[in-house]
Design a protein. Structure first.
Length: 120
């Protein structure tokens, strides 16, 4: 990894509220793991989004650096589309929240049970 790329990653880290996981991180192999263990791709970095702005920062980073983007929801896509090689994996798998306001807004990983619980 070049120093310039490291600087760009540090800049991205300063913008993202969620976690950025790099191949050098101990948790990288665990975080990139998907349901279909036959798929073994290695993204350049994983952005574990904590809020909506994290997504736009991750997309802008990928565009500026000519990197492919993959999106991970729950990681259950049998074809392994949640992973890409040498690109940016945008990971929504940790988001399971809901906001009960009008209009209703839920994360990509919100389960029906979250909405069925009492909101008092």
């Amino acid at each position: 990894m070049t120093n310039l790329f490291k600087e760009k990653i540090e800049n991205l880290k300063s913008k993202v509220k969620g976690q950025i996981v790099l191949p050098s991180d101990l948790s990288f192999d665990e975080v990139r793991q998907i349901w279909n263990a036959m798929i073994d791709r290695r993204p350049a970095l994983i952005v574990r989004c904590a809020e909506a702005d994290d997504v736009s920062h991750a997309i802008a980073f990928a565009r500026e650096n000519g990197l492919e983007i993959s999106i991970r929801g729950a990681g259950h896509n049998i074809a392994g589309n949640a992973l890409c090689d040498n690109g940016v994996m945008i990971d929504f798998s940790t988001q399971r929240s809901s906001k009960l306001r009008y209009p209703l807004s839920v994360s990509s990983q919100c389960c029906r049970g979250s909405l069925m619980r009492p909101t008092v």
